[in-house]
Design a protein around this ligand. Structure first.
Ligand SMILES: C[S@@+](CC[C@H](N)C(=O)[O-])C[C@H]1O[C@@H](n2cnc3c(N)ncnc32)[C@H](O)[C@@H]1O
Length: 225
């Protein structure tokens, strides 16, 4: 994936070039040899979205995932997509225009932010691996602050593995396309990190030969602690 100049985090691969942002969905379809569609539907199904859920999608990209989640909602259910990129904002608003209950907020998620609303579910897909670890902690604090007690955090990203143990071809591709921060992301114990932030009740769903994981973690409901 090509990296853009003037990035906030020089080694990040999730701050996309305009070309990659415009073509992001196509790039993902090609990179996964057409498997992305089935994969993302299965991952979102595993979130068990309820019709009245309020969902925050951090680093939401083109709106592809929000539109799939939107099909599960009715009544007061609602999705807010949040992203830093004006190119993604345009694509998101166009793609999700037919859903009255999906909206977009241009917002950096790597800085502390505060919105009055609290969410039942917070989803972050292929974003958090692309930040330095100290910054990931800020993202986790934002997530914790904006979840309702008992709400669920869903992190769809690379799973935990040792790059040196990957088959040669996978390792070659991973090294070619992924940014420096991803190499450290895969070696961390994410259940432990999330436990340190008072998340609990972990469940995981593995995809793509177990190299991709949807990790579910619940925010402790302190009323029942
Ligand atoms: C690899 S894409 C993933 C998009 C989407 N989540 C998906 O799975 O299709 C990373 C996204 O994170 C956004 N992003 C990167 N840095 C960000 C930041 N600091 N704050 C908010 N969004 C950010 C990018 O604009 C891009 O849309």
């Amino acid at each position: 994936m090509k990296l853009k100049k003037n990035k906030i985090y020089p080694d990040s691969g999730v701050e996309l070039t305009p070309f990659t942002a415009i073509n992001y969905d196509k790039v993902m379809n090609i990179a996964t040899l057409g498997l992305y569609h089935g994969f993302i539907h299965r991952a979102i199904k595993a979130m068990h979205i309820q019709s009245e859920d309020k969902i925050l999608d951090l680093g939401c990209g083109t709106g592809r995932n929000a539109c799939i989640m939107g099909k599960y909602l009715s009544g007061t259910g609602k999705i807010t997509g949040m992203d830093i990129s004006p190119i993604m904002e345009r694509q998101f608003n166009k793609k999700c225009a037919k859903y009255h209950n999906i909206d977009f907020a241009r917002q950096r998620i790597d800085l502390p932010f505060s919105i009055s609303e609290k969410f039942d579910k917070i989803f972050i897909s292929f974003v958090i691996h692309g930040f330095p670890h100290e910054i990931r902690k800020t993202v986790l604090k934002n997530i914790y602050t904006h979840l309702k007690p008992g709400g669920a955090f869903f992190m769809l990203d690379f799973s935990e593995f040792k790059m040196n143990e990957m088959p040669f071809l996978y390792r070659f591709i991973f090294k070619k396309i992924e940014c420096k921060y991803a190499f450290d992301f895969i070696e961390r114990d994410w259940k432990q990190i999330l436990s340190d932030y008072n998340f609990t009740g972990f469940e995981e769903f593995l995809f793509f030969k177990d190299y991709v994981r949807l990790l579910k973690a619940k925010k402790l409901d302190i009323r029942y602690k």
